[in-house]
Every structure is written in structure tokens, then in C-alpha cells.
Design a protein around this ligand. Structure first.
Ligand code: DGL
Length: 259
């Protein structure tokens, strides 16, 4: 644990791989004076096909590593990790724990008719957290839920923006009439990497939501309430960590490519 003033401590961010970089990018834009420690748990990726109990156990090492770095708040930059672990970690850790959930509510409010497609991992769609949310909007009808097996692996192998993604999406969405889909909810931080390809598939009219701004605004509020905002002047440093050291350079490079 570092001795520096609590507000100057870094914010920890955790995902299985590249997905959370899209949250980090939003956070850096909205909180430019904060330092961030981003940990990609490539060793246990992908999270989405695991059981809740299994993932809870697997996250321990990554969480411990970030805590040992003296972080002042932990952002689970992963819908899947949030579904599996946010509640337990909130009860267990001495710092604020934030997480993401599929942005179904804003989509339902903005799009009264037509299909709303929710894309998330198997674990997220199966867990209670999402199902409570889904139940409250189910009466609307037309909400289609889809897990995307293999998509996280394609993105983590650097294939976002390649024809392999278009081919994958064509087969994933083969049962959907593109013009019927009015909105897409990106319920996994990785999928933000392929937002353009998804929008291309459904056409220029489709609306698209992710939870990134929401979680960063929530983070800002929580830091403010706990007197933990870094304040202007210094900061803005990002440090990257990977549970698979061989992928650290790749991780840093992919973040650079987001700009
Ligand atoms: N990026 C994550 C999420 O938001 C985890 C994906 C995975 O590892 O399966 O769900």
C-alpha cells in the first residue's frame, strides 16, 4: 500500500483483456487528472463462458494485485466481472467498487418500438443482476438477448476492424432481419471495439448504447462524495498490467490505437 495522500492514489481498472480499454479511454477524457492502473487478466480470459463461482475465485489474484498498488477505487471494466463479483467485492473491500451493466434502460426509454438487441456474454445474460433488469422491461416485448461466443477471443487477438469480424457478425445475426433492429445494447466492454461493424450490419438508422460514460459518471460522483477526486494540476498517468506478461506490449499498443 503506498503512503501517498488518498486522493492522489490511482484508480484500478480490471477486465479480462482489451474490452476495459474502452472504459479507460472514456475515463481519461472525463477525469484527466486521475492516474489509472489497468489490469488485463489475459490468463483467465475469456470470463464470459465461466460460472459465477469459478470467476469469483479467479478474480482474486487480479484484485489483490491492484489493491497492493494502493488504488483508491476499483472499476470492474467488464459487465461479466460485475455480474459475478461486484456485490461480493463491495462487501469485502475497503474502497469503492464500481461496475457496468448493459444499458438496457436508456435504450428502452429512447426506442419505444422495434427490436432492441442486447449483446453480452453468457455469464452476464444468465446472472441475476441482468435478469432483474430485463424483467423490469420485458413487458415492452421485442427485446432480443444474444451471447456472442468467440467474439471476445477475436477482439483480443487484434482482429477488430478486419473482415473476420464482419463474417462473424453475419453468422451471429443470421436469424435477425436487419431493418427490424432499431437499437443495440453493447453489454460487454469488448464489443465497443466492433461497434462500427455492428452498426454497418444493421444500417445507418440503428442506435447503439454502451455503459462506459455511465460508469465513469458514477465513478466521478463516488470519488467526489468520498473526497477522493485528484483535483487539477498533476496526474493523468496510466500504468498497464497483464496477468500474462507476454501480452503487456500488445495491450499498451491497442490502447494507443484507440486514439
Ligand atoms: N469485457 C468483458 C465484459 O464486459 C469480459 C468479456 C469476457 O472476458 O468474456 O463482459
Amino acid at each position: 500500500m503506498s503512503n501517498r495522500e488518498p486522493a492522489r492514489a490511482p484508480i484500478g481498472m480490471l477486465d479480462s483483456g482489451l474490452g476495459g480499454l474502452t472504459v479507460l479511454k472514456t475515463a481519461v477524457r472525463l477525469l484527466p487528472f486521475e492516474d489509472f492502473n489497468y489490469l488485463a487478466d489475459f490468463k483467465h480470459s475469456p470470463f464470459g463462458g465461466r460460472s459465477k463461482t469459478e470467476l469469483l475465485g479467479l478474480l482474486d489474484d487480479a484484485v489483490e494485485k491492484l489493491l497492493a498498488q494502493g488504488i483508491k477505487a476499483l472499476v470492474l471494466a467488464s459487465n461479466t466481472a460485475t455480474s459475478a463479483a461486484a456485490e461480493v467485492l463491495r462487501a469485502r473491500l475497503p474502497i469503492p467498487v464500481l461496475g457496468l451493466e448493459p444499458a438496457l434502460k436508456p435504450a428502452v426509454l429512447a426506442v419505444p418500438e422495434g427490436v432492441i438487441l442486447v449483446l453480452a456474454t453468457e455469464l452476464t445474460l444468465r446472472e441475476e443482476k441482468f435478469n432483474r433488469l430485463y424483467e423490469s422491461f420485458r413487458a415492452r416485448g421485442g427485446i432480443v438477448l444474444k451471447s456472442c461466443p468467440g467474439l471476445v477471443e477475436l477482439i483480443d487477438s487484434g482482429q477488430a476492424g478486419t473482415p473476420a469480424i464482419d463474417a462473424y457478425l453475419r453468422s451471429l445475426f443470421a436469424d435477425l432481419e436487419p431493418s427490424a433492429v432499431r437499437a443495440v445494447v453493447l453489454g460487454c466492454t469488448h464489443y465497443v471495439f466492433v461497434r462500427e461493424a455492428i452498426m454497418r450490419h444493421f444500417g445507418p438508422e440503428v442506435l447503439c448504447w454502451d455503459g462506459n460514460e455511465g460508469v465513469v459518471r458514477q465513478l466521478t460522483r463516488v470519488l467526489e462524495e468520498n473526497n477522493l477526486l485528484a483535483g487539477a494540476g498533476r496526474g493523468g498517468e496510466i500504468r498497464f498490467f497483464s496477468s500474462d506478461p507476454g501480452k503487456l506490449q500488445f495491450l499498451e499498443k491497442q490502447y494507443g490505437l484507440l486514439f
